[in-house]
Design a binder for this molecule. Structure first.
Ligand SMILES: NC(=O)c1ccc[n+]([C@@H]2O[C@H](COP(=O)([O-])OP(=O)(O)OC[C@H]3O[C@@H](n4cnc5c(N)ncnc54)[C@H](OP(=O)(O)O)[C@@H]3O)[C@@H](O)[C@H]2O)c1
Length: 338
């Protein structure tokens, strides 16, 4: 059993903790708690052990009637791997703490680009994590782009990728951020960081991205254009996408007219928290013109990285191939592969 701790119990940490609990080869030792909040009471009710982030947090929880198992330092003594799902700016300091405790770590998304740790997307570079002390699961949008581009690159060849991202403003439970009635250029200077981030996983891909935020919490939507290395039909592109794990194809004619419909699909399917772990391509959007493939790609920001975090734990702990790990993870989360 791989003993796992989760430091940071927000949008991503809560999902990763539950996903770890579903793995037959992993034990969730505990999660860190920062300020008393209903999410920690719910975790406790689910039988998840809580560890205070620091002494200040410990005092706050003791005062609120919680019984904690110790602090982050105690948690680190009991785990093989820690998943860091804290705020972006806490990454570098946390990496030092994990290194001192000699615990392997998996970071997420926007955590410190200056940390100099390898980026991770299971489908693309699982093996690159072997023997490493720390890896970073790239952001939700980068994960979606990497899976999609890699699938088509493997089957047909991608000479260039260009993407325009309509980004969700914030996550559903976050009342502090996000435009209410505006489209926010993010950033105004181009390109956006997503292209270079993709190149940390797929360095050979020529990619340029631009992005803006829109007033929604239901997923990001990319308009993706890929220049293909050889002539291909629309069916070839669809087949390439169908051949990859963690991609799902939806159709407008079946009722998928919006990102809300994709979230509704996951809700009706009974997915935990309505989560869409797959990169979602609208099959009827896939069009090939002059060796360029066009498509709409949806990314559920809260969920897409969760299977990647689980695979990253196995990849740095060792003992599994990419396909073995992805299969175990997908089966546990109800991700079907056609
Ligand atoms: N949300 C997304 O769409 C998304 C998608 C992919 C990747 N990511 C990445 O995943 C990471 C976590 O993002 P998130 O959206 O889950 O953030 P979040 O919802 O804000 O959760 C962060 C959690 O970390 C806790 N925390 C505060 N200080 C900490 C510290 N020093 N060390 C560890 N934890 C600390 C916070 O506690 P309090 O709430 O009490 O402050 C909160 O529970 C980020 O790197 C982000 O870039 C996010």
């Amino acid at each position: 059993m791989i003993k796992v701790g989760v430091n940071g119990y927000g949008t991503i940490g809560r999902r990763v903790a539950d996903a770890v609990k579903k793995q037959k080869d992993m034990e969730l030792v505990g999660v860190t708690a920062v300020h008393p909040h209903y999410k920690y009471a719910l975790a406790r009710d689910k039988g998840i052990d809580l560890y205070a982030l620091d002494m200040k947090s410990l005092e706050a929880f003791n005062g609120a009637g919680y019984t904690l198992k110790g602090t982050l330092n105690d948690l680190l003594h009991r785990v093989d791997v820690v998943v860091d799902a804290g705020p972006d700016d806490t990454g570098p300091a946390n990496l030092k703490v994990y290194s001192q405790a000699k615990v392997k770590s998996v970071f997420n998304g926007g955590a410190g680009d200056d940390m100099q740790i390898p980026s991770f997307v299971a489908q693309c570079n699982y093996e690159a994590a072997a023997g490493k002390d720390a890896v970073k699961v790239v952001s939700c949008n980068t994960t979606g782009l990497c899976r999609t581009i890699d699938a088509i690159d493997g089957a047909i060849g991608v000479a260039k990728a260009r993407a325009v991202l309509a980004r969700r403003a914030t996550d559903p439970d976050d009342v502090k951020k996000g435009p209410i009635d505006s489209v926010v250029l993010d950033p105004t200077t181009l390109p956006s960081h997503h292209g270079p981030d993709v190149q940390t996983v797929l360095p050979h891909i020529n990619i340029v991205t631009m992005a803006f935020k829109v007033p929604t919490t239901h997923m990001h939507l990319h308009s993706l254009i890929l220049s293909l290395k050889k002539p291909a039909t629309r069916d070839d592109v669809v087949k390439a996408l169908q051949g990859a794990r963690r991609m799902t194809l939806v159709d407008g004619k079946s009722g998928f007219k919006s990102t809300s419909n994709v979230m509704d699909w996951a809700r009706e399917k009974g997915r935990d928290r309505n989560d869409v772990y797959e990169a979602t391509v609208w099959r009827d959007s896939v069009t090939v013109v002059d060796d360029e493939a066009y498509m709409f790609l949806g990314v559920h920001q809260e969920a897409i990285v969760v299977p990647e975090d689980v695979d990253a734990i196995r990849a740095i702990a060792g003992g599994y191939t990419r396909d073995e790990s992805m299969k175990l993870t997908d089966e546990s989360l109800g991700i079907s592969h056609r």
